[in-house]
Design a protein around this ligand. Structure first.
Ligand code: ADP
Length: 422
């Protein structure tokens, strides 16, 4: 999985109000932004989108929780980030070129080097020939091109954009969206991720490969969904319309009615393994002193490394083992699991599975939230179908059912094809 660049943990923001009360604007925001992600943040007006953005770039601090940049607290991290504002935020008394150069001021470049970089960037955003113009001489679209050039010239790792096209007319905005996507896809820039605040659903569906939808009052993450449509996206295609509908539904429905709440992270791919085989492997390696060379292990079991690997991967997912330097090592949890009696084994497995396996957590949550405590497998297959082929969706659910039943998280009725809580 790609590297996590930016992460928020339990981020909460509130503002003091009169009478000693607090206005809670953002609550328990947990986000991991990875390399390659173009993330849109959507939500109704006042949901806290701008506040979140300001915290992510370090312009404001959270009341609780933290923001990590490559695992380091943001304030200590010297993040390579830049921001494009809705209002362009250009200095009217500086020329276009000087406005862009300004972005480089704190980078210690020579004047010549800064000029060269800025001219090149203006060329990339289509402003060749406008270097000496003043912002007032430019149209809104051109001003925002300057805003984008000023942000890109510092070669940020993450580009933040706060409703950058909402002050522009429709055609200009469309045009700039197309160019932004082009810049992003052609990887001309070293940008690894874009975080884009918008209240425009179509815009989010057109540009991003992930949408985080905030609820209002206080702003909480209502859904975190992946948009796996290929570019160039056709706004008239069925898939595009479906994506727009889905976001619209989530935005407008009350939080508790949103099943998409489940889509918090990209799905883990569960290796197709039976729990008995995983348990067997853990116990065997535990007997060997909790560590074994993977290729030796394979030959001891008369298996190919490729065949044993899903078992090892499943153990790692479940927190029972880890891989280090070609060895498979049993974790503390794995040791406890091996030494436990049958009943205790189930308990330990239940805890570690719920902690580590997203699909099991979701199935359990959904079952607990329905009054009948019973739901058709089709419900989960449909969600999984957003992430896997139909056949793989079945395999994933089958594996989850095997693990879930063992852990006694839920039961499965073969005749009706329903999962249920006992
Ligand atoms: P959005 O960008 O989603 O429209 P904002 O982040 O601008 O939302 O604002 C979220 C909420 O926080 C609003 O209710 C706003 O009034 C409140 N808010 C923002 N900044 C402050 C502040 N400095 N003091 C008090 N309340 C604030």
């Amino acid at each position: 999985m790609a590297d996590v660049i930016l992460e928020t943990k339990g981020l909460t923001k509130s503002y003091p109000m009169s009478g000693g009360r607090e206005l809670s604007v953002l609550e328990d925001i947990n986000i991991r932004v990875r390399e390659g992600e173009f993330v849109s943040i959507l939500g109704p007006s006042g949901a806290g989108k701008s506040t979140l953005l300001r915290i992510l770039v370090g312009l404001a601090s959270p009341s609780k929780g933290e923001v990590l940049y490559h695992g380091i607290p943001l304030a200590k991290a010297l993040p390579k980030i830049a921001m494009v504002f809705q209002s362009f935020a250009l200095f009217p008394w500086l020329t276009v070129l000087e406005n862009v150069e300004l972005g480089l001021k704190s980078y210690g470049l020579s004047d010549n080097a800064a000029r060269e970089k800025s001219v090149k960037m203006l060329d990339i955003v289509g402003l060749d020939g406008f270097e000496d113009a003043y912002p007032r001489e430019l149209s809104g679209g051109m001003r925002q091109r300057v805003g984008i050039a000023r942000a890109l010239v510092v070669e940020p790792e993450i580009l933040f954009m706060d409703e950058p096209f909402s002050a522009l007319d429709i055609l200009t905005a469309d045009n700039l969206r197309g160019e932004l996507i082009d810049l992003w896809l052609r990887k001309i820039m070293p940008i690894k991720s874009i975080i884009f605040v918008t209240h425009n659903i179509e815009e989010a569906a057109f540009l991003s490969n992930r949408a985080i939808i905030l609820s209002h009052n206080p702003g909480r993450i209502k859904a975190d969904m992946f948009i796996d449509l290929p570019h160039e996206r056709d706004k008239n295609s069925r898939d595009f319309k479906y994506t727009v509908d889905r976001i619209f539904t989530i935005l407008t429905k009350p939080e508790q009615e949103v099943p998409f709440l489940l889509e918090r992270e990209r799905y883990q791919f569960l290796p197709h393994t039976k729990i008995g085989a995983i348990a067997g492997l853990i116990e065997m390696v535990h007997d060997k002193g909790d560590r074994a060379d993977i290729s030796v292990l394979a030959s001891d079991l008369s298996m190919e490394v490729d065949d044993i690997f899903p078992l090892i991967e499943a153990s790692v997912f479940l927190g029972l083992g880890e891989i280090k330097e070609g060895d498979f090592i049993i974790t503390d949890m794995g040791r406890q699991f091996s030494d436990a009696d049958a009943l205790k084994k189930k308990e330990l497995f239940k805890a570690t599975a719920l902690n580590n396996i997203q699909l099991l957590k979701q199935i359990t949550q959904v079952l607990q939230s329905t009054s009948k405590r019973r739901i058709s497998e089709d419900f989960f297959l449909e969600i999984l179908a957003n992430h896997f082929t139909t056949e793989e969706a079945w395999n994933q659910l089958e594996t989850a059912i095997d693990w879930g039943r063992y852990a006694e998280l839920f039961a499965y009725d073969y005749d009706s094809g329903e999962l249920y809580l006992e």
